[in-house]
Design a protein around this ligand. Structure first.
Ligand SMILES: [Zn+2]
Length: 562
């Protein structure tokens, strides 16, 4: 297996290197203001690698977004969450550029989208225009920057994808920013991995003190170790012109002068991105909110960001031998930070063991697992867990306390509740909730089949049967019923639901569908009168909002316009 993996990585490295060189200076910056980054490619995020550059937009919305090269709009995706309003441009050289969290599109594209939204009577929409429909020139205004979807503040999310829709580092194409600062190392950790491995007499993960040297590099004390050990680091990088921390580009490690580990953020695919959970020390992250990049690769980890991995990145320390392990963290501009770690092989007198708590439920990563008790069942498909795990499960009536969220889940685990004791009218309002901080319930996508209510989960924690009998609330924001609002360019309402959450909404004026944009971040629905569908003087507005268990609220009002 070990040899197979080495061969696999070597072959992969060759394949990557053999790919066509990327065109430099083909793509230009998508903004006409200076390029300042709030996020870099491959940055470590929650359950994924960041797939593009986050470009700052001067803390506001509405900046011109320009097509990075000539081509045509090949896809438009508008979602409440995720990329919000997103535009995809296909270029003749086979690459695609992506622009996310947009406020609105250029008049031509906007008109194209609205027509389809009105036809489908839906704000959320996905469109694939043909090559001749929406052609764009290099530098053409295609949209205005915004803050739509899962965006924590105004910025432009910009991606360049290859022909297989794999995101690539835009910096490879010359879309770049000045960077004269070397990366910052936050912390270094050592992991005794083998059965009787130890470092300084302990089998536990340990943080190693870093001593800064005059040349900007770091060294550590000599480690006394034995057996299989490996390292992990937490590091960030800054670019000139902004003080925020961004992700790092490249990490190399060598052992006694030989390169034993190398990874960089040039390209990855979306179907591997969740394996980030194996790149980082997930358990440490869940309690400390700091992501340690492990410089070793465990089984079942298919990430392609590794260029070279010898012996899975593991160092076999033998008694009476000495080793020098160097870690180099390098940013895209080539600035680097080095850590030197001397290691001395020494058999320990006694070792503080690693604490592994064994439970009755042992789930293997490569096999399906199921358990059932007290009317609650769980099913873990093969490959849902990255590692063999002793699960801590408490089946308690209508609640399951399902392990700890320090263990990552790759694909959905099914949790089912026997609901035969409930009456049909009770079941109608019931759903499965995850109990979060202070036991706050949040809706988990719930299915009812016969007497079993199920949900798919991707985080461990407490799940319970909950009930929502209260419909959503709707209130007008910029008008009152009976008012003249000729001066308003928009119609705004606030909608919210206290328990299961909003599932759908629909608005009509005088019985005719009007498009409303839902912004979950401030709970608003907005209609733009420029759509030109509200044409009468007296207008009867009707808004119906439905929550996830089917409770509906209707709001009606009359307003006048001339
Ligand atoms: Zn982004």
């Amino acid at each position: 297996m070990k040899h197979f993996l080495i061969l696999f990585f070597t072959l992969f490295a060759l394949i990557v290197k053999a790919q066509a060189p990327v065109p430099v200076d083909y793509f230009t910056s998508p903004l006409d203001v200076g390029l300042v980054l709030s996020g870099t490619f491959g940055e470590l995020r929650s359950n994924h690698f960041h797939s593009g550059l986050d470009i700052k937009t001067q803390q506001r919305e509405g900046l011109n977004v320009l097509s990075s090269a000539q081509g045509y709009v090949s896809r438009i995706n508008i979602q409440h969450y995720g990329y919000g309003k997103a535009l995809y441009i296909q270029h003749p050289n086979g690459y695609t550029t992506v622009y996310g969290h947009l406020k609105k599109f250029s008049p031509e594209i906007e008109a194209y989208i609205k027509k389809q939204q009105y036809a489908k009577e839906s704000y959320e929409i996905e469109l694939f225009p043909t090559a001749s429909e929406l052609k764009v020139e290099k530098g053409e205004l295609v949209a205005l920057s915004g803050n739509t979807g899962g965006s924590g503040g105004p910025h432009l999310h910009f991606e360049i994808r290859d022909g297989q829709q794999r995101p690539m580092n835009p910096k490879l194409f010359g879309v770049n920013v000045k960077d004269s600062q070397a990366p910052t190392i936050n912390s270094l950790f050592v992991y005794p991995l083998g059965e009787d491995a130890h470092v300084n007499g302990s089998a536990q993960r340990q943080r190693i003190r870093l001593t800064p040297l005059n040349d900007g590099s770091f060294k550590t004390e000599e480690l006394n170790a034995c057996g299989n050990i490996a390292f992990g680091i937490s590091a960030v990088d800054k670019q000139d012109g902004a003080s925020n921390n961004n992700g790092i580009y490249k990490i190399e490690a060598n052992l006694n002068g030989d390169t034993v580990f190398e990874m960089n953020m040039d390209r990855f695919s979306f179907n591997e991105t969740r394996h980030l959970n194996q790149l980082i020390d997930y358990e440490y992250f869940s309690s400390n909110k700091t992501r340690i990049t492990k410089l070793f690769v465990e089984p079942n980890n298919p990430l392609s960001v590794y260029n070279k991995v010898i012996d899975q990145g593991v160092i076999n320390v033998e008694d009476s031998l000495t080793y020098l392990y160097n870690i180099k963290v390098i940013d895209f501009a080539g600035n680097q930070r080095i850590i030197r770690i001397p290691i001395k092989g020494k058999r320990p007198d006694n070792v503080t063991p690693r604490n592994i708590s064994k439970t009755d439920y042992f789930a293997q990563a490569n096999q399906a697992f199921s358990a059932e008790e007290n009317g609650i069942d769980v099913y873990i498909p093969k490959g849902s867990l990255y590692q063999d795990t002793y699960l801590d499960i408490k089946f308690m009536g209508d609640t399951i306390d399902f392990h700890k969220d320090d263990t990552p889940i790759h694909t959905n685990i099914t949790v089912g509740f026997d609901v035969s004791k409930y009456k049909p009218e009770e079941l109608e309002k019931m759903f499965i909730a995850q109990l979060g901080y202070k036991n706050r319930p949040s809706y988990s996508n719930t299915y009812l089949k016969g007497n079993r209510m199920t949900t798919g989960i991707r985080t461990f924690g407490k799940y319970t049967l909950a009930s929502d009998t209260k419909p959503p609330s709707i209130s007008p924001l910029n008008f009152k019923s009976g008012q003249w609002i000729s001066g308003n360019s928009e119609l705004k309402l606030r909608i919210s639901d206290d328990l299961s959450g909003i599932k759908s909404y629909r608005a009509t004026v005088n019985g005719k569908f009007i498009l409303m944009e839902y912004e979950y971040k401030n709970n608003t629905l907005t209609h733009d009168f420029n759509d030109g569908v509200v044409t009468e003087t007296e207008n009867n507005l009707k808004v119906v909002v439905t929550d996830n268990v089917g409770n509906s609220q209707t709001f009606e009002a009359t307003f006048f316009r001339k």
